[in-house]
Design a protein around this ligand. Sequence first.
Ligand code: FEO
Length: 391
Amino acid sequence: MNAKQVKKDIWWVGVKDWNLVEFHGYSTPRGSTYNSYLIMDDKITLVDGVKHYLSDEMIARVKSVTDFSKIAYVVVNHVEMDHSGNIPEVMKLAPQAVIITNAAGKRALDEHFDTSNWQFQIIKTGDTVSIGKRTLSFVTTPMLHWPDSMMTYIAEEKLLLSNDGFGQHYCTDALFVKEAPFDVVMDEAKRYYANILFPYGAQAQKALNTAHDLNLDIEMIAPSHGCIWQGEEVKKILDNYCRWSSGENQGKAVVVYDTMWGATAKMAEVVTSVFEDAGIPVVKRCLSMAHISDVITDFMDAKYVAIGTPTLNNELFPRVAAFVTYMKGLQPKNKKAFAFASYGWKPGVVNQIQAVYEQLGWETIPPFEEKYTPKADVLEKLKEHVKTIIA
Ligand code: FEO
């Protein structure tokens, strides 16, 4: 388990979680990595830790370059446990090291671990720390992904160590994006944004503006998940983050539903056909087959959203309820939405979806529901109703 060179005297000492299938509810069919970086300068600096169960792998990679007793600084960019889980073990091996983090990071470390013997240096945006030939500077990026999140920039290397930002849950033998299929990396970066950062578009825009105001010249972005962006790829991922965080979409439609006896599926088919006939690119996702983390990624490109549910025990169908809860938390912006439902003996469950649309501030048309199986005339009415959302 050796380190891999990122640049001269800068090493990747992260770990590979090949078997990760989900990350707090987000499906990760390609696994993930937790990237730590070791900077060999006058003051040797380790940036970010890894998940606790892969600590041995990280420790071996660090030891392939240096001894823990020589580490001067440990930068904690983010306290979520995929990056801080093995920090207690690191601090046992390097008790002389000073942790560099921001005030929210210090608080979160105190709340997770026994930090009584740890030394801290607390920084804020724009602060710098010289480690010899290089100077670290910091940009706090609250809510990208937690209140404590920040990024570390090394001007001499034109290198941004971005932690969760620009990451991908993608485990591969490739260290750099250029060594991997580009479309796969960008697709995983997009899935990551949709499932982790969707609610924080305003904060992402602010962070991008701060980077611009600080005149950060960036030739390489090394996130703490997935592959490292370089050269032209940096512009591509920055442009996409600008677009994704602006709430802009591609004008597409997404129809999400589940079905018990086929009635809601029939309605979903008709709703889909209306978008298709209007020349609007549309995807139809049945929640018995599509994972919520793939469906929410479709929302990045969608202007129109239609969600359909059967009624089960006077409630939303459970898989639809789960999706609606997930969607509500991730707060996609700027949608035109419509809800439809099938019921047996008690109508009204569709209003629960409508209420969520309204909480999200989306434009809506009234919901549509039908008892048992919709007949041809009802499906015609549904068609006419859906057309009113396309204007
Ligand atoms: Fe990769 Fe928010 O942790």
